[in-house]
Design a protein around this ligand. Structure first.
Ligand SMILES: *[C@@H]1O[C@H](CO)[C@@H](O)[C@H](O)[C@H]1NC(C)=O
Ligand SMILES: *[C@@H]1O[C@H](CO)[C@@H](O)[C@H](O)[C@H]1NC(C)=O
Ligand SMILES: *[C@@H]1O[C@H](CO)[C@@H](O)[C@H](O)[C@H]1NC(C)=O
Ligand SMILES: *[C@@H]1O[C@H](CO)[C@@H](O)[C@H](O)[C@H]1NC(C)=O
Ligand SMILES: *[C@@H]1O[C@H](CO)[C@@H](O)[C@H](O)[C@H]1NC(C)=O
Ligand SMILES: *[C@@H]1O[C@H](CO)[C@@H](O)[C@H](O)[C@H]1NC(C)=O
Ligand SMILES: *[C@@H]1O[C@H](CO)[C@@H](O)[C@H](O)[C@H]1NC(C)=O
Ligand SMILES: *[C@@H]1O[C@H](CO)[C@@H](O)[C@H](O)[C@H]1NC(C)=O
Ligand SMILES: *[C@@H]1O[C@H](CO)[C@@H](O)[C@H](O)[C@H]1NC(C)=O
Length: 458
């Protein structure tokens, strides 16, 4: 029986005018629980005719109770005031406000003791990523080594990932790499050994926009609960609490769209994007320099022939680090560049501090949520119609960020917009001309620095 066309039309009309929906958890920048945003919408499966033959992953640790800085700057001052407001001698009456009334009985999920530890949900997600990566590459042999920086949260994330990935856990060694400040580029935390990197860079741009987006919220809350002594940092802390409480307790009253509107969430996200853009993104000339050694070492591992002399002994190379490294690697590769496809390279103009740029590519929620991961895949393809003109090989490369294929600038000559072997080699060399010279550009003062990441071959 033919489908009644009136119903079909109704179905089409309903889907074309779907109700507006908004998920705050996808706009939480560095506090976003892991998610896979599917942007751009390219298919994560290997392109038709291609098999992945080797891959490397760089992964941020999974969800933690709270980051040191966030705790001291935003969370603790707010939580302390809330606690005081709940004492019987307090003059604050939360019940007079509909949206804030939950604060009369709310208790903080974060304590200073467990602060930087992985949450159970974080462990579960790291395990799940291990399972997903294992399913993605069924033909790969179990990796002999996985690498991690030494912080407990990165080590625990790697442990959970390995448990999800392999069946014989004792046959994969977790190699711990020092987070010391004199390792040069030879660590998974190279910014620690780079004096030109400043961890506070971006905070002035971010706080300019923080003052703008929090102003109407402060007015509203002051009108509802005047005795609380609201500050802009309280508001930022409440947004962050949505993320932290969700990865600790599974849900949070701070995520309610009655408390903050979708537009306000986007303002919070933009203030964070400004921070990361200037701290570890295109807004800082040192970002690509910090990220390049991982790109160069990874390209060497993937492009090497399969023999021991070149150091390529595994099908899969996975490394765990902190939130700072993945964004610098994206800069080194030229991805998420606000200026791409334009003639100009005026980084500041793409990120105004006084108004949101809704068309930016640099969206930190997509770049550095908990457990964010960058994958570089080497593929063997039939590649009809795509023969690499410089060679007779069917070898192609592509980069995925949280499962979404990203297109390497100027190198989309392969199946599924992947990059040919010769094109990839050229890209890595050219980015090296832009971003090589770690020790000199970082202004390293210790004598034994290194410009290359050598952890995979030792
Ligand atoms: C309320 O009581 C607490 C604990 O007894 C005390 O520290 C605080 O100073 C009191 N606050 C006021 C406003 O009296
Ligand atoms: C790992 O454990 C299994 C089972 O206990 C054992 O048979 C195997 O020899 C162990 N492998 C290594 C490398 O220790
Ligand atoms: C440089 O020396 C320090 C102190 O001995 C050491 O911790 C560090 O690992 C060395 N750096 C490199 C790149 O070998
Ligand atoms: C209100 O907060 C500001 C900023 O933290 C602080 O300097 C001030 O002392 C507070 N005022 C009261 C009455 O608590
Ligand atoms: C590489 O070396 C490992 C042990 O070091 C050995 O098990 C493996 O067979 C070697 N692979 C090749 C291709 O020679
Ligand atoms: C970003 O894009 C602009 C415009 O194409 C380009 O000039 C610039 O080099 C790119 N930045 C990086 C770090 O690749
Ligand atoms: C961007 O703005 C910052 C702060 O105003 C400034 O220090 C920096 O030099 C600017 N960058 C460029 C490339 O103009
Ligand atoms: C990909 O793997 C399949 C199954 O092993 C094989 O039949 C096919 O020839 C491979 N294709 C390429 C291009 O290597
Ligand atoms: C890239 O790595 C190779 C070693 O694999 C090294 O010889 C080369 O100097 C590195 N390039 C840059 C620009 O650091």
């Amino acid at each position: 029986m033919p489908f009644p066309s009136i119903l079909l039309l109704a179905a089409v009309a309903a889907s074309a005018h779907a109700k507006y929906s908004f998920n705050p958890l996808h706009h939480l920048a560095g506090v976003a629980p892991y998610f896979e945003p599917e942007t751009p919408a390219f298919d994560p499966a290997p392109p038709q005719g291609c098999n992945v033959t080797r891959a490397a992953y760089l992964v941020r640790h999974a969800a933690i109770y709270a980051n040191d800085f966030d705790y001291e700057e935003y969370l603790a001052p707010f939580v302390d005031k809330v606690k005081a407001s709940q004492l019987s001698n307090s003059s604050i009456d939360w019940s007079r406000s509909r949206t804030l009334s939950f604060l009369a009985a709310w208790t903080s999920p974060v304590s200073e003791v467990e602060e930087e530890m992985l949450t159970k949900i974080g462990q579960l997600e790291a395990f799940k990523l291990g399972v997903d990566v294992g399913e993605r590459y069924p033909s790969f042999s179990q990796p002999g080594k996985v690498w991690t920086s030494t912080a407990e949260r990165t080590v625990k994330s790697a442990d959970s990932f390995i448990s999800g990935l392999v069946t014989k856990v004792n046959e994969t060694t977790l190699v711990q790499v020092s987070e010391g400040e004199e390792e040069g580029a030879d660590s998974l935390t190279p910014y620690e050994g780079c004096p030109a990197y400043s961890s506070s860079r971006g905070s002035s741009q971010s706080s300019t926009y923080q003052n703008i987006f929090t102003a109407p919220i402060l007015s509203r809350f002051r009108a509802q609960v005047p005795a609380f002594n609201w500050t802009a940092n309280d508001i930022s802390g409440m947004f962050e609490m949505c993320g932290y409480e969700t990865v600790i307790r599974g849900s949070s009253p701070f995520c309610s769209l009655d408390l903050f509107s979708a537009n306000e969430w986007l303002g919070f996200e933009y203030a964070n994007d400004l921070q990361y853009f200037h701290n570890t993104g295109y807004g800082s000339p040192i970002s690509g320099v910090i990220g390049y050694p991982w790109v160069n070492a990874t390209a060497a591992l993937l492009m090497a022939d399969s023999d021991n002399a070149t150091g390529a002994q595994q099908d899969l190379y996975v490394s765990f680090s902190h939130r700072e490294l993945p964004p610098t690697v994206l800069v080194a590769l030229g991805l998420f560049n606000n200026s791409a496809f334009s003639d100009t390279n005026d980084v500041n103009a793409t990120m105004p501090v006084d108004e949101i740029n809704p068309y930016r590519a640099w969206v930190s929620s997509k770049i550095l949520p908990f457990l964010t991961n960058i994958a570089v895949e080497k593929m063997e393809c039939d590649s009809y119609g795509y023969q690499d003109t410089a060679a007779t090989t069917g070898e192609y490369y592509r980069v995925l960020v949280n499962q979404s294929p990203q297109l390497l600038p100027g190198c989309v000559d392969g199946p599924g917009f992947s990059c040919s072997k010769s094109g990839f080699g050229k890209l890595v060399r050219e980015r090296g001309e832009m971003f090589g010279g770690f020790s000199r550009k970082c202004g390293v003062e210790y004598g034994n620095s290194s410009d290359v990441l050598g952890i995979y071959s030792s």
